[in-house]
Design a protein. Structure first.
Length: 238
């Protein structure tokens, strides 16, 4: 079962061989804001999701930061959710969190294509501040039957609230971000995303689908200790 691309649009990711030891970013950060998007190889996330078209059918999805790849001098984290067909690249620095999408099948042009974003899309801006808003246009590049396709994508973002999210994994303090995403001069999708302290991406609410975190295993970058809230039925998440 594949889930719509939008439900995973703003999740962590990247590429290198997986390591037995935690691998975190090495830049200098706004330490407090960075806690809302932890990036360490080995972080695992468990979500329950549903499509608007079939709300009674529960989907269980596992996502994991698998490895790191250095591209043009920047470290990108690779998040892989095999059952959802998701593979993303994300990096974080002292200005925010950026997405560079690779090898992800999304119906961006009415087709399922692999898409590259140039430049990266900043989907979180530091310091995280309620009321902050920003926008950006990026070029999405893809190929279909060896034919290059380019579209200009615009993202508009606003941090609208700070709230406690009650989940099966416990109460999580979050920043809530409204995002409008779409092809310039085309259809725009309005979505809401929640980012949790010491967890990361915890909830998404979009017109076509919905998801919320129910468990996770994430390295606390401040203490170097793993926060383990893996659900008891973790094997059912793929």
């Amino acid at each position: 079962m594949r889930i719509s691309w939008s439900i995973f649009l703003l999740i962590p990711l990247a590429l290198v061989a997986a390591s037995a030891e935690p691998v975190s970013t090495t830049h200098n950060f706004d330490a407090q804001s960075a806690r809302y998007y932890p990036l360490t190889v080995g972080n695992e996330y468990y979500y329950k999701a549903a499509k608007t078209s079939d709300p009674d059918k529960e989907l269980r999805v596992k996502a994991e930061i698998k490895k790191i790849k250095n591209i043009e001098g920047e470290d990108y984290f690779y998040l892989y959710a095999p059952d959802a067909g998701v593979r993303y690249l994300v990096r974080r620095d002292d200005n925010g969190v950026f997405m560079r999408l690779l090898k992800r099948d999304i119906p961006l042009f009415g087709l399922s294509l692999n898409v590259h974003l140039v430049p990266e899309l900043k989907f979180l801006r530091f310091p995280l501040t309620v009321g902050d808003q920003w926008s950006q246009q990026v070029v999405a590049n893809a190929r279909f039957l060896f034919i290059p396709i380019r579209r200009t994508i615009e993202g508009r973002f606003q941090i609208v609230a700070r709230q406690i999210l009650h989940t099966e994994a416990g109460d999580i303090e979050t920043f809530v971000v409204n995002a409008s995403l779409g092809v310039v001069d085309g259809a725009v999708a309005n979505k809401t995303f929640w980012y949790g302290e010491d967890v990361g991406y915890v909830k998404a609410d979009a017109p076509e689908d919905f998801m919320v975190i129910v468990g996770y295993r994430v390295l606390d970058e401040q203490t170097g200790v793993w926060i383990d809230k893996t659900p008891s039925d973790a094997r059912q998440y793929k």
